[in-house]
Design a protein. Structure first.
Length: 673
């Protein structure tokens, strides 16, 4: 077979002999691979050589690609940074992928708030907050936090609990059991509470000697002054602080900061473990699984991983990183991480950049520690491979079975499934869920509020499919949008599916096909999954396709159908709840929750309030004659329809949702999941 990339090979003389990044794109303009090079001309020439000399995984990428573009930069450092930025923006299918083994918990101090609090948190951390970890288990961090609160009684309550205590002037139970200093009621000032937070921060960062010395001095002083209750309290705090320290493993005799990275890999996948050491103590660890969809050496994999890791932890870049091998582009990577470190540490701004050093320990305690990290990576690799082997094989088998059963030209790598949900024709909504490579892609889920409430599933399906493929038509010519800051983002509706599955039977399928008539649906296969016998109905066929009962393909389409149904029902319930809990009374100036509740209790419904006279309204406790006039004036001349709490726009469509979400109206924006 000849190299398919030769069809779009640029003239060698047009490729610059300079550092930069290159992007391979498919027929729809979607970026499928991003790479960097010291010399773009030299690197790109490797993709246009003899087919048999190209690695198998690179061949798969070249078969999907239809064009190549490049961006020239001045230095290798800029190329490294640009490559990471492009990968994060486009999420190319053929670039290496890192997946957290799980969502690790952090101990977070919300120092961005006026009155900071300590809490256990997973996921994204707000800018300005301090985090410690991640930790392997949530229960371990909660036990440690409970010990530390005995020494540093900082706030841990939610904003609602804090506001209630502030209003009533009564602190909550945590203050009475000495776990909170109660800044909410002024027992300590905001400045004193901030001091406790600073002390806790220093302790967690490893500066524990001063805290322990202070507690010992205060305990001894209280004992000499015969203040035995205070002395006992300081004794308990000292014991709690020492017990919390025991939970942190001592790695180095020196108070130094470093991270240790280890990899265990084969040709197709890898496991990466990172251990974080601060002031000589192990403060956190985290693991990743890696699909090596591109052929990378260990140094190249390390470079890619370190960029990923410290983009997430830009405020936690240490001056030293222990690695099993020196990463590729070591010097450029060190400068890039050092610059990130300087930018995120206010105290180091304006100083000369201290380059981050990579070290391969040859002997001593650090070598033994890195061996421990490597052993963790090996165990994680074995667990992940055993778990995923059957999953990957079943997904590949399901896509192949579905391809054969439906007579598709290629495996349906992107499948979209649609469902309609309503309650007797009210609050009609639609859902679109997306599976890529047999797995849910929740960032591409969409939900639709239909333009008309009616008990007509066919009309609803026609509208949903029409709106989706109109967006494909409108965005397909420009798959990337530019925001106000000039950053580019891929448009979610810009890429067509290989297969569309409709939840329903032949009627719903015909409605879906009517909805896409005249729209760019060429090359897209359509099928409807009937619930009763789990049959797949195809256009133009009088008999359905029946998948074998135990087949992976049937399990996949059932998952798709159930996910679309779940997503639609959840959205429909959300809208129904919103309609029930809101009314026209909310729009009347001066009528708050208390007055609204009093009016509804007195009259029973908004309709009864509308019929009431001003005198009757003013007789309700808490409603003044002025408010009664306002209610009467608003409801008297305000016509409503069957959808309580939602006014109609001039074009006749519903316009509600004060919750801030973007909801679809006609051909407008459709809400992501």
């Amino acid at each position: 077979m000849s190299n398919p990339a030769l069809a779009f090979r640029p003239e060698p003389g047009t490729i610059p002999d300079a550092p930069g990044c290159y992007q391979f794109k498919d027929a729809h303009g979607r970026v499928v691979y991003v790479g960097k090079a010291k010399s773009l001309r030299s690197r790109l020439s490797n993709y246009f050589q003899a087919w048999h000399a190209i690695p198998a995984r690179t061949r798969a990428m070249l078969e999907a690609a239809r064009s190549v573009e490049w961006i020239v930069v001045d230095t290798e450092v800029e190329a490294l940074h640009l490559e990471y930025t492009l990968i994060q923006r486009h999420r190319p299918r053929y670039n290496v992928r890192y997946r957290d083994d799980k969502s690790y918990p952090y101990l977070v101090l919300t120092t961005s708030e006026e009155v900071p609090r300590a809490r256990v948190q997973r996921g994204r951390i707000a800018k300005g907050d301090r985090r410690f970890g991640p930790y392997a288990h949530a229960y371990a961090i909660r036990e440690t936090l409970d010990l530390l609160l005995r020494v540093f009684p900082v706030r841990t309550c939610s904003q609602g609990v804090y506001d209630r205590a502030e209003r009533t002037g009564r602190p909550c139970l945590l203050h009475h059991i000495d776990r909170c200093a109660a800044p909410c009621t002024g027992v300590v000032s905001f400045e004193e509470h901030r001091g406790l937070v600073d002390e806790l921060t220093a302790f967690l960062e490893g500066d524990d000697h001063e805290v322990l010395s202070r507690l010992e001095r205060e305990m001894e002083q209280a004992s000499r002054n015969l203040e035995f209750e205070l002395a006992a309290r300081r004794r308990d705090q000292l014991a709690a602080a020492r017990k919390a320290l025991e939970r942190q493993q001592v790695v180095s005799d020196k108070p130094e900061d470093f991270d240790a990275i280890a990899i265990h890999e084969d040709e197709l996948e890898a496991a990466v473990q990172a251990f974080f050491v601060r002031r000589g103590r192990l403060v956190g660890r985290k693991g990743w699984s890696v699909d090596k969809v591109e052929p990378l050496s260990t140094p190249e994999l390390l470079t890619s991983f370190l960029l990923q890791l410290y983009a997430e932890r830009s405020d936690e870049i240490p001056p030293q990183i222990l690695v099993p091998e020196l990463p590729g582009d070591e010097e450029a990577l060190g400068r890039l991480l050092a610059e990130q470190r300087r930018q995120t540490r206010a105290g180091e701004r304006g100083r000369p950049i201290q380059q981050v050093r990579f070290r391969v320990p040859q002997r001593g305690a650090k070598r033994r520690f890195l061996e421990t990290v490597r052993e963790n990576a090996r165990e994680s690799f074995e667990r992940t491979r055993l778990k995923r082997a059957s999953d990957f094989e079943s997904r590949s088998r399901a896509l192949k079975e579905l391809q054969d059963a439906l007579g598709l030209d290629e495996a349906p790598l992107r499948i979209e499934c649609y469902d309609i949900s309503h309650l007797s024709g009210t609050e009609v909504v639609g859902s679109m869920v997306v599976f890529e490579d047999g797995l849910p892609k929740k960032s591409d889920y969409r939900r639709f509020k239909l333009s008309r409430d009616a008990n007509d599933d066919y009309a609803a399906m026609r509208e949903v499919l029409g709106r989706r493929f109109k967006r494909l038509r409108d965005e397909g010519a420009s798959p990337v949008e530019v925001d106000e800051d000039g950053a580019q983002r891929p448009r979610r509706f810009a890429y067509p599916p290989n297969l569309v599955i409709i939840d329903g039977g032949p009627g719903q399928l015909r409605a879906a096909l009517d909805g896409v008539e005249g729209l760019p649906a060429q090359g897209v296969a359509f099928a409807a999954l009937a619930k009763r016998f789990e049959e797949l109905w195809l256009p133009g066929r009088s008999r359905p396709v029946v998948l074998p009962r135990a087949s992976d393909a049937l399990f996949l389409v059932q998952r798709l159908r159930d996910e679309a149904h779940r997503f639609a029902v959840r959205y429909q319930r959300t809208r129904r709840t919103h309609a029930v809990t809101t009314s026209e009374l909310d729009a009347i100036p001066g009528v708050g929750p208390a007055k609204r509740k009093a009016l509804l209790q007195a009259f029973g419904s908004v309709a009864a309030v509308r019929r009431a006279s001003v005198e009757d309204l003013a007789a309700v406790p808490g409603v003044s004659p002025r408010i009664a006039e306002a209610v009467r004036g608003h409801l008297g001349g305000h016509e409503t329809d069957e959808t309580d709490g939602a006014e109609r726009r001039p074009d006749g469509q519903l316009d509600d949702h004060p919750d801030g979400h973007r909801h679809g109206h006609g051909d407008g924006e459709d809400t992501p999941g």
